[in-house]
Design a protein around this ligand. Structure first.
Ligand code: HEM
Length: 394
């Protein structure tokens, strides 16, 4: 469907299931240009003001207004973070966080990640004939790594996991709001502990970091911890799932990687292009009229940049539907582009490489335990990922 839309026009007015109108951008060049266009804003506090105006259907608009008037609200502190802000706020937050979230700090995690993947694969091998890779490896790996970064002690991880699973479920029900409130209280306590303790995790470093007298406030730390949790969790899960599926259904590429393992980093990049975890970038809105091809998107309207469609644009990637780990994939948009380019990209690449490499090296006979075209996919506007990936390891 995206291929058909991309051929017809560069941008299409669409409606989300709850009735919000947004403009879907489907070609690579426009996607890349708009991701860095300062006329598109991500400032959530402003965007919320004209959200209701962007519901075309009066019944759906009324339902939206009624619900947002009466519904229990998601804790506001969790929504204040760099992904939903513009310069100069964004610049300041990203600079402070960037002092802690360095490539060196991430690379230093490799031995711990390798050890964790080894343990998860031991457990998987000891399980039954058929193993669900999502439950055995794809979920627990990124989740545990985030717990390390935030310094969540092992005893707290089970409840932390219950809350975070509810939070990313995106259903907005009472259980999600309960979980988000519990999460706020828990994160506040965690941050307070870091202020007094001697912990050396990333969150503790964020509590201490300063830049020419500037520091992160309590709410900013909370927003950042929450963003790391949400942005770093579901996404990496789906890179591991989608990448494994891509390789299992392309034996030629799998053989090439077995013979030339130095190609693994390139393979991870190709999985990101071919079937990336984030199909649509997060929301943006126009602050003035913006022309895309023959279409003018008026001011104060929402724009959805389809990263999945951009990665398969034949004008950028010849034969885009072919998985080819040797192709030139430069300029990939799976991690976004411009000032909001994914902060966790080196970590996500590292986790996925260690996980997939260990899986395929250790179990050379690994294969799908269900037909590829019957696997269940998650129902989501933003995330592209499997619910289950049943495998036979031997
Ligand atoms: C394969 C895994 C991942 C993918 C595909 C991915 C994708 C993305 C994308 C597309 C954006 C930009 C969204 C936009 O502009 O609308 C983004 C931003 C971000 N990501 Fe990731 N991400 C991944 C993993 C991670 C991890 C592991 C972390 C941290 C632990 C992380 C932290 C962030 C943060 C903090 C931002 C906001 C950056 C900013 O606003 O300046 N991501 N990511």
């Amino acid at each position: 469907m995206l291929a058909a839309l991309r051929e017809q026009a560069p941008v299409h007015p669409i409606e989300t299931p709850n009735g919000l109108r947004t403009w879907l951008v489907v070609r690579y060049d426009d996607a890349r240009a708009l991701l860095t266009d300062p006329r598109l804003s991500k400032d959530m506090t402003v965007g919320h003001r004209f959200l209701a105006e962007n519901f075309a259907d009066p019944v759906k608009r009324a339902a939206f207004l009624r619900e947002s008037g009466t519904r229990r609200q998601f804790p506001a502190e969790l929504g204040r973070h760099m992904l939903d802000s513009d310069p100069p706020d964004h610049t300041r937050l990203r600079r402070l966080v960037g002092r802690v979230f360095t490539t060196g700090a991430i690379t230093a995690l490799r031995p711990r990640i390798e050890q964790l993947v080894g343990t998860l694969l031991d457990d998987a091998a000891a399980g039954g004939d058929v193993v669900d890779l999502m439950a055995a490896l794809a979920f627990p790996l990124p989740f545990t790594v985030i717990c390390w970064l935030l310094g969540v002690p092992p005893d707290d991880r089970a409840r932390f996991r219950t809350w975070s699973n509810l939070l990313v479920s995106g259903t907005g029900g009472d259980d999600v709001l309960d979980a988000s409130e519990a999460m706020v209280a828990y994160l506040r306590e965690l941050i307070a502990d870091k202020r007094t303790g001697t912990a050396d995790d990333l969150l503790a470093d964020l509590v201490r970091v300063g830049d020419q007298g500037d520091r992160l406030t309590g709410d900013e730390l909370l927003g950042m911890a929450f963003l790391l949790l949400v942005a770093g969790h579901e996404t990496t899960v789906n890179l591991i799932g989608n990448g494994t599926l891509a390789l299992l259904t392309h034996p030629g590429q799998r053989a090439l990687l077995a013979a030339e393992p130095e190609r693994w980093p390139a393979a991870i990049d190709e999985f990101l292009r071919y079937d990336g975890p984030v199909s649509n970038a997060t929301w943006r809105f126009t602050t003035e009229d913006v022309r895309v091809g023959q279409t003018t998107i008026p001011a104060n309207e929402f724009v959805t940049i389809c990263l999945g469609a951009a990665g398969r644009d034949p004008d950028r990637y010849p034969e885009p539907d072919v998985l080819d780990i040797t192709r030139d994939r430069s300029g990939g948009l799976a991690f976004g582009h411009g000032i909001h380019h994914c902060l966790g990209a080196p970590l996500a690449r590292l986790e996925a490489e260690v996980a997939l490499r260990a899986l395929f090296d250790r179990f050379p006979g690994v294969r799908l335990a269900a037909p590829a075209d019957r696997l269940p996919w998650r129902l989501s506007l933003m995330m592209r990922g499997l619910q289950e990936l049943p495998l036979r390891l031997h």
